[in-house]
Design a protein around this ligand. Structure first.
Ligand code: ZN
Length: 73
């Protein structure tokens, strides 16, 4: 976990720094695609497309869930 990222040190800022993985995870955890996927109780194609930008879908999904918990989403 990087504390050098300004946006990551202020989780409520809503700022996303390009190239910062935690910022990217956070932006997904706040996205309509994430909420739609939660509602559907499955990984929706649109959500999976976002996960794929960060790596292996299932693995990134776990990371997003952890981040979502952190930011209270
Ligand atoms: Zn960051």
């Amino acid at each position: 976990m990087s504390v050098n990222c300004e946006a990551c040190s202020d989780l409520r800022s809503g700022i996303v720094i390009a190239g910062c993985r935690r910022c990217a995870l956070r932006s997904i955890a706040r996205s309509p695609e994430y909420f739609a996927s939660l509602k559907a109780c499955k990984l929706t194609p649109a959500y999976m497309a976002r996960l794929q930008t960060l790596g292996v879908v299932e693995q990134v999904h776990e990371e997003v869930k952890a981040v979502a918990k952190e930011i209270g989403a």
